[in-house]
Design a protein around this ligand. Structure first.
Ligand code: NAD
Length: 295
């Protein structure tokens, strides 16, 4: 177990996906309690099943209570406000409180140059990656703010918080992307949405600081190997964009050639950075963007 996460309730969206699934395992190993959210129930169930398998074989006995009892899956479409609100109510009923949020669900949209990009898909990307992310952030932050107000009311006369020694015990991490900083060709909607996530992070960090909540962003770049990495290179190769070779392997080689460290980042390297921002290790940091891009 890890004192930074032991007994903390962490909400993770996109928990059926690549990052989210590894994140569930990572934080469960460290003693956290996880509310795992995804719109895709099949992949969410696979995450829960994978957790059971992982802990059956190895350290099930070393972390108590057993990890499978500390994770619960919730079917949740982040673009549906009332769905999000009722899921947050269920989480508070099931876990009693929320300490951290990894706001991570996302959709990359079409891989098409700007002249050919479908405006309907542009709107869908913005709806999931921006409005959906905001609705989850707001819903969870309301709960955190209420907890913080109750804890403050219960503080000693000298103002010392009884349940936490920190002024800002609550933490939110939004998954952005370097696409939002640099603009990836053939991904105009995705890049726009992740730039909006960065602005949402700085602005909400200011609004939420008086409520004991920190908000930061993480911006991964090339992460792999794996299905996502391979598929994206195939799509870039087929996009017709002059910035990419028409062969997926050449696209991959050129991308890695542009990274100072000359390699891909691993999902675990992303999650360790998320862990830093979620935990008290970053207790005086809010409104920042941690770039995980190999230099
Ligand atoms: P992924 O596609 O494996 O996971 C994304 C998850 O979000 C999926 O399980 C999907 O079902 C879920 N989702 C989509 N729409 C949803 C909705 N409306 N409501 C709820 N859940 C929804 O992708 P990933 O690689 O795990 O990416 C996670 C996050 O990281 C995304 O925000 C992505 O943009 C970002 N990101 C990924 C990379 C990378 O290299 N993989 C790089 C930079 C940023």
């Amino acid at each position: 177990s890890d004192p930074r996460f032991h007994n903390k309730t962490i909400v993770i969206t996109g928990a059926g996906g690549n990052f989210g699934r590894s994140g569930c395992l990572y934080f469960l190993r460290r003693g956290a309690r996880i509310a795992a959210l995804d719109v895709d129930e099949n992949s969410l169930n696979e995450t829960i099943a994978e957790v059971r398998n992982a802990f059956n074989d190895d350290d099930a006995t070393t972390v108590s209570p057993p990890p499978e009892s500390r994770i619960k899956g919730y079917s949740c479409d982040v673009t549906n406000d009332s769905n999000v609100e009722s899921v947050i109510i269920s989480i508070v009923r099931d876990f009693g409180r929320i300490d951290m949020l990894w706001n991570n669900a996302g959709y990359q949209g079409q891989i098409k140059p700007t002249l050919e990009y479908d405006p309907a898909d542009f709107a869908r990307v913005m709806n999931i990656n921006v409005t959906g992310m905001f609705v989850v952030l707001q819903s969870v932050a309301r709960q955190m703010s209420q907890q913080h107000a109750e804890e403050k009311a219960g503080a000693d006369d000298d103002g010392t918080l009884t349940s936490s020694t920190l002024s800002h015990p609550y933490s939110i991490v939004n998954t952005a992307s370097v696409a939002g900083l640099r603009g990836t060709p053939a991904m105009v909607a995705y890049s726009s949405s992740k730039a909006a996530v960065l602005a949402m992070t700085v602005s909400s960090a200011k609004d939420l600081a008086p409520h004991g909540i920190r908000v930061n962003a993480i911006s991964p770049a090339l992460i792999g190997p794996g299905y996502m990495w391979t598929r994206q290179n195939e799509l870039h190769a087929a996009s017709g964009s002059p910035y990419f070779a028409s062969n997926a392997e050449e696209v991959a080689k050129a991308k890695i050639g542009g990274v100072p460290m000359k390699r891909l980042g691993s999902v675990e390297e992303v999650i360790k950075s998320v862990a830093y921002l979620l935990s008290d290790d970053s207790s005086y940091t809010s409104g920042t963007n941690l770039v995980v891009d190999g230099g």
